[in-house]
Design a protein around this ligand. Structure first.
Ligand code: HEM
Length: 409
């Protein structure tokens, strides 16, 4: 089959700006097959929604696992750990319904909003550390430590373990990408095993000595008629929370700040009217989906967006492309902080797998922006510093984002 759309998110040019090619796909081949990645890519809003709503015909059993074969040496390392169990993102109802039922309570908007004062405090500390210098790589000094510190507090990890936590997070994310050399795959497998052993020990401690934290809540989570979470299931959920909760939010903050500073009239408008902040967070999520697309498997031969998809085929739901579909969003390629339907973007997915951490990510995005506007209102991009997007098959965010401001005590 001829390659209709030369899709390659790992290519430097497409990484810089994937959207012209995705616009062409929406027009010419809205559901196209990528031979290079052996995957059907779904680009229109309506088609992505059709899939999200239908876990029977479109299974999540492979939703993040794009690599099907695990080399023997990697498998040997993984055997030292707990064995990977499919939970949440990589399973279907009814198993999925049980997991969400057991874990949702810890992530309701009410419970999350209770954390606002503490998140502000963490953001304030990070900004105080930078403020006197007048120049920083925002990704490394603010965008990454903010969600990482928040999630480690939610999980009850002490501050002195943050660096190793960061390494695990990076390695677990890396495992989800294509083209990892064998040595890197082995290192990532070792990180997973270390992560499992660490959290298994913390869960043992909580079973003996309960606290008011998420680990204790997981141990005690019960719903009528369902078995409580097993240790392997808890470790799998914790792994997903760590992976899903960090780089995604780091990427949201980076893309949002860049979208505003690239045209400083936008930045000034937000600083002058902080009531715009919630809408700006949604529009940034729409314009630059931090998770560009996740995966499903067709459970039967079917038709979608004019394409015939065979049973067993893998699909990538391209949230980044769907978010710029003109059929859903007027002038979809333009940033408009007053857009009234920005929040209908698909950056958190939809249907049964709708992002567990959406309320937390939104809150962190809002706090990050409001504190940056408050503390560093004259923030600007450093003109000659390159703003490279990190190489990843389905995550989109900056590796570095250099900014400057008038130093203050
Ligand atoms: C801007 C930040 C974030 C983005 C863009 C994002 C995006 C997504 C998307 C697109 C899905 C749907 C997966 C699918 O359709 O297969 C998802 C699911 C999920 N997210 Fe997020 N996420 C973010 C932040 C978070 C945070 C902060 C957490 C945890 C604290 C989190 C935890 C999860 C989990 C556990 C799932 C799986 C839910 C399920 O399958 O039932 N995410 N996220």
């Amino acid at each position: 089959m001829a390659e209709t759309i030369p899709y390659n998110p790992l290519d430097a040019e497409q990484r810089r700006d994937p959207y012209p090619l995705l616009a062409r796909a929406r027009r010419e081949a809205p559901v196209f097959f990528s031979e290079a990645f052996n995957i059907w890519v779904v680009t229109r809003y309506e088609d992505v929604w059709t899939v999200l709503r239908d876990p029977v015909r479109f299974s999540s059993a492979i939703s993040t696992n794009v690599r099907s074969e695990i080399p023997d040496e990697v498998a040997a390392i993984l055997r030292e750990g707990w064995g990977e169990v499919a939970t949440l993102v990589s399973c279907d109802p009814p198993a999925h319904t049980r997991f969400r039922g057991l874990i949702n309570k810890a992530f309701t908007p009410r419970r999350i909003n209770e954390r606002e004062p503490r998140i502000r405090e963490i953001a304030g500390e990070l900004l105080s550390r930078m403020a006197g210098r007048g120049r920083a790589d925002l990704v490394w000094e603010f965008n990454y430590p903010l969600p990482m510190t928040v999630i480690s507090e939610i999980l009850g990890v002490p501050r002195e373990d943050l660096d190793v936590f960061k390494r695990w997070s990076d390695d677990l994310v890396a495992r989800l990408s294509f083209d990892l050399p064998l040595e890197r795959q082995k290192a990532c497998a070792r990180s997973l095993v270390e992560f499992q052993k660490y959290f298994s020990a913390r869960l043992d401690e909580r079973a003996e000595d309960p606290r008011d934290d998420m680990l204790t809540a997981m141990i005690n989570a019960r719903i009528e008629g369902e078995a409580p979470l097993t240790r392997g299931e808890m470790l799998s959920i914790l792994q997903q929370i760590l992976v899903a909760g960090n780089e995604t939010t780091t990427n949201l903050i980076g893309s949002m700040v860049a979208l505003l500073l690239e045209d400083r009239t936008r930045w000034e408008a937000v600083c002058a009217d902080p009531a715009l902040i919630p809408a700006v967070v949604e529009e940034a999520l729409r314009m630059e989906a931090p998770v560009q697309g996740l995966f499903r498997m067709a459970t039967e031969d079917l038709e979608l967006g004019g394409a015939r998809i065979p049973k067993g085929a893998q699909l990538q739901l391209h949230y980044g492309a769907a978010n710029r579909d003109e059929a859903e969003f007027a002038a979809a390629e333009s940033f408009d902080m007053r857009r009234d339907n920005a929040a209908t973007h698909l950056s958190f997915g939809g249907g049964p797998h709708f992002c567990l951490g959406a309320a937390l990510a939104r809150l962190e995005g809002r706090i990050a922006l409001s504190m940056l506007c408050e503390r560093l209102p004259d923030l600007r991009l450093v003109p000659d510093e390159p703003r490279e997007r990190a190489p990843h098959f389905f995550l989109r965010g900056f590796e570095h984002l250099w900014v400057e401001w008038t130093p203050r005590p």
